[in-house]
Design a binder for this molecule. Structure first.
Ligand code: RIB
Ligand code: CA
Length: 344
């Protein structure tokens, strides 16, 4: 990134959670981003526990200067159902990473979101969990959100199967009323990074091995927090490794050429058998102005190149050779050095 390319102001709303933590690490190691704050929401783990985990990642990356704000502890209407069966009781794979004692989180995530959107310049929000905080902030002060530069949400599923029901993805299933409110009222298009694209992003054992070879300390840390997730993915879907959904949302914000999609009108089902399903009107049957940009395809090899460069400091020409080993027969399309402007 050259000097004149301005960093993009961003707030990350998340429910850390193992893949949220990998996404935070990617964001913290990406010079394009100026992270104004992290807000946590009830999702994988309760918001207060998520805040403790966010502090652990900030400490690891030497960024305890970034404020963490605890958000909502329950969905707008549904009873709260966590995903600790997938992420561990502690939300970090029961890895026993020590708590941060140097600082504590703040409270008031909703007000932090609205205040920052109104006061700071050109702020984008990347949401990696249920949209409870976002919906409440939007309800409380809709005018703040007219200043939002961009809004990226990891959530939903266009044509892929769900992970909480045959059709519903966890973030929108956990709080469907919040998701529906956001899609219906946000003044900017929601960039929907759904399971259609995130399922292509698998952190495999051989990729972890490469990280351990070139960056032993980071490899050890990632092994520690992903072990539980690997075991869950093997037990559930006989997948070797783990799907890491959230880092793709951050990577897409940094380099939108990583994914391709289409503008559509989307709404979220709030009751019944399809509760939490994201219904994307691909053919414009409802004749409604598109409120979302639904991402349909991604270049998983280029994502992994960015991820390995940022997380483990992988360098060329070694990296291209390793990617050929990791993804035989696939080609690296495009060139990360031709960085396009960010989302928005
Ligand atoms: O369905 C996957 C999403 O739900 C990810 O964001 C994961 O962290 C959980 O929040
Ligand atoms: Ca998440």
């Amino acid at each position: 990134m050259n000097a004149e390319t301005k960093k993009r102001n961003v707030i990350i709303d998340c429910d850390p959670g193992i893949d949220d933590c990998l996404a935070l690490m990617l964001a913290l190691k990406s010079p394009e981003l100026n992270i104004l704050g992290i807000t946590t929401v009830c999702g994988n783990v309760p918001a207060s526990l998520g805040a403790k985990n966010a502090l652990k990642i900030l400490k690891r990356c030497g960024r305890l200067d970034i404020p963490v704000y605890v958000g909502e502890e329950k969905p707008l209407q549904r009873e709260y159902i966590s995903a600790q069966d997938t992420h561990g009781e502690d939300g970090l794979g029961d890895s026993g990473i020590p708590e941060v004692t140097e600082t504590v989180p703040f409270y008031g995530a909703v007000d932090f979101l609205n205040r920052t959107l109104a006061e700071a310049e050109r702020v984008s929000v990347i949401a990696l969990g249920p949209l409870t905080n976002i919906a409440l902030a939007l309800k409380k002060n809709p005018e703040s959100w007219t200043y939002a530069e961009a809004f990226v949400s990891m959530g939903g599923s266009f044509k892929s199967f769900g992970n909480c029901s045959p059709v519903a993805e966890y973030n929108y299933w956990c709080d469907p009323h919040a998701a529906s409110y956001v899609y219906r009222h946000l003044p900017v298009k929601t960039q929907m990074i759904g399971l259609d694209v995130t399922r292509k992003i698998v952190l495999r054992p051989d990729i972890l091995e490469y990280i351990s070879q070139i960056c032993p300390e980071e490899g050890e840390y990632l092994r520690k927090i992903t072990r539980f997730y690997f075991d869950f993915h093997w037990a559930q879907e006989q997948v070797l490794g783990c799907v890491i959904n959230d880092p793709l949302a951050v990577a897409y914000f940094i380099d939108p050429s990583l994914c391709q999609g289409r503008d559509m009108y989307t709404d979220i089902v709030t009751e019944g058998i399809a509760l939490g399903q994201s219904v994307c009107d691909e053919m414009g049957i409802w004749k409604k102005e598109p409120n979302s940009h639904v991402l349909l395809k991604t270049d998983s090899v280029r994502f992994m190149k960015l991820f390995l460069e940022r997380i483990a400091g992988a360098k060329e020409p070694q990296l291209s050779g390793i990617l050929k080993q990791l993804y035989p027969g696939e080609t690296l399309t495009g060139d990360l050095s031709e960085r396009k402007g960010g989302v928005g």
